[in-house]
Design a protein. Structure first.
Length: 123
């Protein structure tokens, strides 16, 4: 049996596509598991992003934010555009992030955060 160049290229492209789909699927499942893993926080805890779930500029990876408030009834993002990635997000944490010596407050989804491990000294 002989293979034409077209068969070879088609087989190669299919193999690459299968690898991409497999990697994307594994990444998707991993992120879904991370999002489903719930961590309980309390005021004063230092938190940071879970791996791969960062969706904002601050805090930067490896940098902490401090939990200022926890909402039992989450705040629903008021964005009305259904095409927006933040449409209907449920923010249940208010955190402080120090940027350039000034503390800013941001709303976060607790399911995207984990407890900060390490020391905040010198940050």
């Amino acid at each position: 049996m002989t293979f034409s160049r077209r068969d070879f290229v088609a087989g190669y492209v299919q193999g690459v596509a299968d690898g991409i789909i497999r990697n994307v699927s594994v990444g998707y499942v991993r992120h879904r598991v991370e999002m489903a893993t719930k961590t309980s926080f309390k005021k004063g805890d230092l938190v940071t992003w879970k791996d791969g779930l960062r969706d904002r500029l601050h805090p930067e990876p490896g940098w902490p934010a401090i939990v200022l408030d926890i909402f039992i009834d989450p705040i629903i993002d008021p964005v009305q555009d259904t095409q927006s990635p933040t449409f209907r997000r449920e923010f249940d944490l208010l955190c402080g992030v120090v940027v350039g010596g000034v503390m800013y407050t941001y709303f976060f989804e607790s399911r995207r955060m984990r407890k900060f491990e390490g020391s905040a000294e010198g940050l």
